[in-house]
Design a protein around this ligand. Structure first.
Ligand code: GLC
Length: 744
């Protein structure tokens, strides 16, 4: 029971009193989430051109079956005014015709902005926010997304993704904060702080929904929704903590993993859902399945003979709401399962109590839609500027031979721009933008610049020559013109990468960048002109063969629709690059280590220990300036239990440009009872320094930072030697040792 001092007690009390009035049918309806197009004219997937609500469908689903939650959209992104019309109609209809007038909970995928609302601010994807190593941008993204979702009368966001992903083949790694647990914890908590604000009932805040619990991001095969093998002590050490922090930050809803971990589908893992997520982590709100995943338990996971049995397994495991999302079949199965005694009413009451609690806490009973005129900052220049700044700080400079960048003397420089991602807003936005896959330019925002357009604006149309060169996988187009224009330019910009898409549609069989794109680089290298590669992609696609042909390489991820401008500002030197890789960049498609690369992961093909040799390491990124580290001191070289070490280091800008440095702090456990990580990120700080300027960065290493999860699935610290590594790039760290004594 909740103590009366618990601020949530009032909402649970309201939920309890309402719950007591509900019939089983009404309870089952509250546990049901359907897609918006289950309520509109036409078929579910016809991708209607106008979202006209169908009153018969509304009556059947919202009243007869009492469905309590609706989500997402059809094909096109409605304006905020149309969202107001749609949500207001649904809420008013429910209020006017239902027994208890329980407001519908509307959810949506606002994973890098309220992108399913036309004209909204599109931010860099999470992987690019992680690459900023600046949590403020994650907080800002959560905050602005919440504002623009509420402007669309939507109070529940299926974000952030908190899946740690150690599998770069996985097509959704761009939706995550990358391969490291600590970054996921810090960025996730910051996002939630921005999104949920002071109270989720505020008209500029939303309830977040963490996804996808748990272990979804590291499928063995790299294919989306395929099995993961993660021993519990690894699951706890690398994957669980971001969810724990997020729930401590006030998260109330969590979406389940569509895949399976250790052979158990995420949707029926009672231990992880009920014992760990609700019990150990203390989730107060509710758990929702992912899209159609009850059916997938039958069709893909073969753990249930039919949907009725799948429903029983998932609900008994702890699923509270089902994203059906086509009809009321789940509700009808729930009713039948309770009436047959296979699901106790107590489980249903627990699920519905959690759902009603969230609806009360969101303030939906008081206000279930908002007039868009009350959101004057929607799609404002200031929001656009925040998105651009996030893109600037995330874009990662991976190579800069002979300081070819920044491009000198804007006025006279003639450049040639080419490649499949050079002149496309969809290549900046990536998936989950105006459409689900993000590959449809129909809904591109007017006034936002592609990379080409931004370069033309920066250097003058006459100084920027262009040819598409090729598309994502097709042949090279018009070689003669490509070579001629390149030869008449001083610098060649080749924009490469991935066609936006996600989920199963993003599965690939090789991490190599498609050969035609690599051929374009090889062709242009014959001109002898300096080459700058711009990579617009979610995954670190392998470019081993063409890396030597480039003088400079910018990893831009999917930076959002201000990303073209951001790239042009970095190239011209108006901004200075400061991004750092949030995942290891592989050199070979079948050599997929992460930065932890434990023990024998280091073995090379001659039994030496030089086998860890990625193209670029996690945490790597260049600046236009350089930084020196000195005076690295520790308060002690021996610590006992519950003590901590204080340390500091001086960082100096030793170059001639102002720049931002990401000071990274790692711990290395020299010997442990199970093979230790090569290093573990335990802290980072981004600082700005002018040329010649120095700053002292101080830090505290706590006893907890020494811990790992042992085979007993408990966090433990073991006596012995440790090392602290600090620096701005993984291969250029300063190191100090210390000893941890368990005895007094
Ligand atoms: C999808 C995704 C999930 C998303 C949900 C609703 O299948 O896995 O991330 O939130 O369905 O669109």
């Amino acid at each position: 029971m909740l103590s009366t001092s618990d601020p949530d007690a009032v909402y649970f009390a309201k939920a309890d009193s309402l719950l007591n009035l509900l019939t089983l049918e009404e309870k089952a309806g509250q546990m049901t989430n359907i897609g918006l197009t289950a309520l509109t004219q036409g078929e579910f997937w016809t991708q209607a051109d106008t979202l006209l609500l169908d009153s018969a469908k509304m009556s059947n689903l919202l009243i007869t079956h009492g469905v309590g939650s609706v989500q997402n959209k059809g094909k096109y992104p409605p304006s905020k005014e149309e969202w107001y019309r749609i949500v207001k109609s649904i809420q008013d209809f429910t209020k006017a015709n239902s027994r208890h007038q329980i407001p519908v909970l509307f959810g949506i995928d606002g994973v890098h902005g309220a992108t399913y609302t036309a004209g909204s601010t599109i931010f860099p994807h999470q992987i690019a926010l992680a690459a900023t190593w600046n949590p403020e941008f994650s907080r800002i993204t959560g905050e602005v997304t919440a504002y623009e979702l509420r402007a669309s009368s939507i109070p529940w966001n299926y974000a952030p993704v908190l899946d740690v992903s150690m599998q770069p083949l996985w097509g959704r790694i761009f939706e995550t904060f990358g391969e490291d647990t600590y970054i996921n914890r810090v960025m996730g908590a910051a996002y939630i702080e921005g999104a949920q604000g002071k109270s989720i009932s505020d008209s500029i805040s939303v309830a977040v929904c963490l996804k996808h619990f748990i272990g979804y991001g590291t499928p063995v095969s790299g294919k989306d929704r395929s099995p993961a093998l993660i021993p519990e002590h690894y699951l706890r050490q690398y994957y669980l903590e971001p969810f724990r922090d997020a729930i401590d930050k006030g998260t109330l809803t969590v979406m389940l993993n569509s895949g399976a971990v250790n052979g158990v589908p995420g949707h029926i893992d009672k231990y992880l859902i009920t014992d760990v997520l609700k019990g150990e982590l203390g989730l107060k709100g509710f758990v929702i399945t992912d899209w159609g995943d009850i059916a997938r338990l039958v069709e893909n996971h073969f753990v249930a003979k039919d949907k009725r049995e799948a429903t029983k397994l998932a609900v008994l495991a702890g699923a509270d709401m089902c994203m059906v999302p086509y009809d009321a079949s789940f509700a009808m199965d729930v009713i039948d399962l309770v009436q047959s005694g296979e699901i106790p009413m107590s489980r249903i009451d627990d699920a519905v109590r959690r759902i009603l609690f969230v609806k009360f806490k969101l303030g939906l009973f008081e206000k279930s839609y908002h007039h868009p005129a009350n959101f004057p900052e929607f799609a404002s220049d200031s929001f656009a500027n925040l998105s651009r700044m996030a893109a600037v700080e995330g874009i990662t400079l991976l190579k800069n031979e002979n300081n070819i960048l920044p491009l000198k003397d804007n006025a006279r420089t003639k450049v040639f721009v080419t490649g499949p991602t050079a002149n496309s807003l969809t290549s900046l936005n990536g998936p989950w933008s105006r459409t689900f896959k993000g590959d449809d330019p129909t809904y591109d925002d007017k006034g936002k610049k592609t990379f080409l357009q931004a370069m033309q604006a920066k250097y003058g149309n006459g100084n920027v020559l262009y040819e598409q060169g090729t598309d994502f996988t097709g042949d090279i187009i018009d070689k003669t013109s490509i070579l001629s224009k390149a030869s008449n330019s001083e610098v060649v910009f080749i924009c490469l990468g991935e066609q936006p898409t996600t989920e199963k549609f993003s599965d690939i069989h090789s991490l190599d960048l498609p050969p035609n794109q690599q051929e374009l680089v090889k062709l242009l290298h014959t001109t002898g002109k300096p080459i700058v590669l711009v990579l617009l992609q979610g995954r670190p696609r392998v470019i081993r063969e063409i890396e030597p042909l480039a003088d400079a390489i910018l990893m831009a991820y999917w930076p959002g629709h201000e990303g073209g401008e951001a790239l042009a500002q970095l190239i011209s030197g108006e901004e200075s690059p400061s991004g750092k890789l949030p995942y290891t960049y592989p050199r070979y498609t079948n050599t997929l280590h992460t930065y932890q690369h434990k023990g024998s992961d280091k073995l090379d093909d001659n039994f030496g220990m030089n086998g860890f040799n990625p193209q670029w390491q996690f945490g790597y990124g260049l600046s236009y300036t350089s930084f020196g580290y000195s005076n690295f001191t520790l308060s002690t070289d021996t610590i006992n239990t519950n003590y901590s070490i204080k340390g500091e280091v001086t960082v100096t800008n030793t170059g001639k440009y102002a720049g931002k440095e990401v000071v990274q702090l790692y711990i290395r456990d020299v010997v442990a009872s199970i093979t230790p990580d090569d290093r573990k990120l335990v802290g980072f700080e981004k600082i700005s320094l002018n040329p010649g300027q120095s700053a002292k960065v101080s830090f505290t290493v706590s006893f907890n930072d020494l811990k790992f999860v042992g085979l007993n699935n408990k966090w433990i610290a073991e006596e012995g030697d440790f090392e602290l590594l600090i620096g701005g790039n993984p291969s250029d760290m300063v190191k100090k040792s210390f000893y941890y004594k368990t005895s007094k």
